[in-house]
Design a protein around this ligand. Structure first.
Ligand code: ATR
Length: 271
């Protein structure tokens, strides 16, 4: 029998996840279906309940429901717990398991698709909202020396201090405080791209050979334009992160590893 999965969001019509998971299923021979489900803004929990009643095995969760999914889960992986957000649910009897694959997806895209090492690299993470929370711990796991910068600096400090440990050096600050500093990797986890607004970055922020990475995809953001104009060696959007986080979810559900490179090439229109 075909196992059913879905992605829940609002809006959801333009989600690429159904296509990505269809390609994963074909590649790995997994018998699954995967569809996009629009939940009313006040109806996330009801939608999850309906899917569980209909025998779905799990779902992905996207904007604006990741925090509600975190609250709804009855068991959390350590990554979800630290992120305070859930992008993947697995249903097992009465148990709702919550995971967060966003940060692992980001790290894998940088390490394996862009082929840029992160261990001991100076990494600047911009933003301290849900998107930044989702990726902080996995960046620590791969050895990044992380600075979190946010317009509201206290939020960056709070995010940093909730992750600091003897294995993970991470600090939070304001944009003023990064004046004169350079970074090997600069990641945009703010929502500035959505409103097409500028981020107050110093023009000398990119170290020689630096990667500028925007977690958004679909069009060039002002940050990506800024990076091209101010010496970033590589500028990437977040399409690879989307595919890699999907692969992590697929792996968690199905114990099968798809070839993400082929899927990413297909989405970029290269094949
Ligand atoms: P998300 O879940 O996408 O992270 P969020 O929780 O609303 O959304 O967080 C948005 C983030 O983008 C915040 O870090 C916000 O900064 P503030 O905390 O100071 O509000 C950041 N952000 C939004 N627009 C920005 C801009 N134009 N310049 C810099 N940071 C911006």
């Amino acid at each position: 029998m075909t196992d059913k999965y879905a992605v829940i969001g609002n809006p959801i019509a333009h989600s690429k996840s159904p296509l990505i998971h269809k390609m994963f299923a074909e590649q790995t021979g997994q018998d699954i279906s995967y569809e996009a489900v629009l939940a009313p803004l006040d109806g996330f929990a009801t939608t999850v309940k309906r899917l569980r009643d209909e025998g779905y095995k799990g779902c992905n969760v996207t904007v604006p429901f990741k925090f509600e999914a975190f609250q709804l889960a009855t068991q959390l992986t350590p990554l979800a717990e630290k992120a305070q957000a859930v992008n993947t649910l697995k249903f097992d009897g009465d148990t709702i398991l919550g995971n967060n694959t966003d940060g692992t997806g980001l790290a894998q895209d940088i390490l394996y698709n862009l082929k840029i090492a992160l261990n001991n690299k100076r990494v600047l993470l911009m933003g301290a909202g849900g998107a930044a929370y989702g990726v902080t711990l996995p960046l620590g796991h791969v050895g990044a020396k992380l600075t979190i910068v946010n317009r509201t600096a206290d939020k960056a400090r709070a995010l940093a201090s909730s992750h600091i440990s003897d294995k993970f050096m991470v600090s939070g600050c304001s944009f003023d405080e990064i004046a004169g500093q350079q970074f090997d990797v600069v990641i945009n986890a703010t929502s500035a791209g959505l409103t097409y607004s500028e981020i107050p970055l110093p023009p000398t922020i990119f170290a020689p050979g630096a990667l500028a990475y925007d977690m958004m995809y679909g069009r060039e953001t002002p940050f990506m334009k800024f990076a091209h104009e101010h010496g970033a060696a590589i500028v990437s959007d977040g399409l690879g992160m989307l595919v890699e986080q999907a692969a992590e979810s697929f792996w968690w559900w199905r114990s099968a590893r798809p070839d993400t490179r082929l899927v990413l090439e297909a989405l970029r229109g290269k094949k």
